[in-house]
Design a protein around this ligand. Structure first.
Ligand SMILES: CC(C)(COP(=O)(O)OP(=O)(O)OC[C@H]1O[C@@H](n2cnc3c(N)ncnc32)[C@H](O)[C@@H]1OP(=O)(O)O)[C@@H](O)C(=O)NCCC(=O)NCCS
Length: 160
């Protein structure tokens, strides 16, 4: 697809925070996100998360940011019930860029980073009503392995 060829993937930097905050606010306006989307949240939870393994952005040819994917390494006894030492992934693609392969491009980069970091498996924690999130992760090769209270957890096992 021509549009996809113009999208590049690179590591997020702190200067991306204002644009990423706007992207997340667009998802809130579209009814696809309900948690904080301010610049400080972007920095502490995604770009500069102390537990972070990687944080990639997808960028259009003109520098417009189209998506964000972050992965942190879980601690033992974390609030999500995810096994310790796993990757924990989050994906956020602008509603204006949906279904153009942005999410797929981001996961190619994250998967490589997970392999390099020696992460044995990655978990995606998705709302039970979020069919697009479930469809996306399923297409990336994730599979449902537990369904805690109103959520669907899918895992992706790395061949280490
Ligand atoms: C889910 C999300 C990350 C998908 O990103 P995207 O860039 O549109 O995904 P891609 O274009 O790379 O799609 C890759 C594949 O995922 C699947 N997929 C993507 N969107 C889907 C949808 N709405 N319904 C079902 N399957 C979907 C398809 O198999 C798709 O391949 P295809 O287009 O060739 O059929 C994006 O819609 C998003 O950010 N949604 C809001 C936040 C969210 O739900 N995040 C994830 C759960 S926490």
């Amino acid at each position: 697809m021509a549009e996809t060829a113009l999208v590049s993937i690179r590591r997020a930097v702190p200067a991306d925070a204002p644009a990423l905050s706007r992207l997340l606010q667009d998802l809130v306006a579209a009814g696809k996100r309900s948690v904080r989307s301010d610049e400080e949240f972007v920095l502490t939870h995604y770009v500069q998360n102390p537990e972070g393994v990687c944080c990639f952005v997808a960028e259009d040819a003109d520098g417009t940011l189209l998506g964000l994917q972050s992965m942190k390494r879980t601690l033992e006894g974390n609030a999500y019930g995810t096994p310790g030492g796993w990757g924990f992934i989050g994906t956020h693609v602008s509603p204006k860029a949906a279904r153009r392969g942005v999410g797929a491009g981001l996961f190619r980069a994250t998967r490589e980073a997970a392999l390099r970091a020696g992460v044995p498996a990655i978990e995606a924690y998705i709302g039970a009503a979020n069919s697009e999130g479930q469809g996306y992760y399923e297409a990336m090769g994730f599979r449902t392995w537990r369904t805690p209270d109103g959520s669907v957890c899918k895992r992706y096992d790395l061949d280490l």
